[in-house]
Write a protein that binds this ligand. Structure first.
Ligand SMILES: [Zn+2]
Length: 57
């Protein structure tokens, strides 16, 4: 399980701002750029090259 207390210390490596937890999809979403970082076995993968880019409108 992902420990939500980690949200206090995790930040998007691109923007250096906080991320939101998407419980349904087990992803962390940057509040600025919208990149999505997956969580594997409770460990967030905060790597730029592993992030999913937000869909463009
Ligand atoms: Zn970001």
């Amino acid at each position: 399980m992902f420990n939500e207390k980690l949200l206090d210390i995790l930040a998007c490596p691109v923007c250096k701002v906080g991320v939101e937890y998407d419980r349904e999809n087990q992803k962390l979403i940057c509040t600025k750029c919208g990149r999505r970082y997956r969580i594997e076995d409770g460990i967030p993968i905060m790597l730029i090259e592993e992030a999913e880019l937000p869909e463009e409108d």
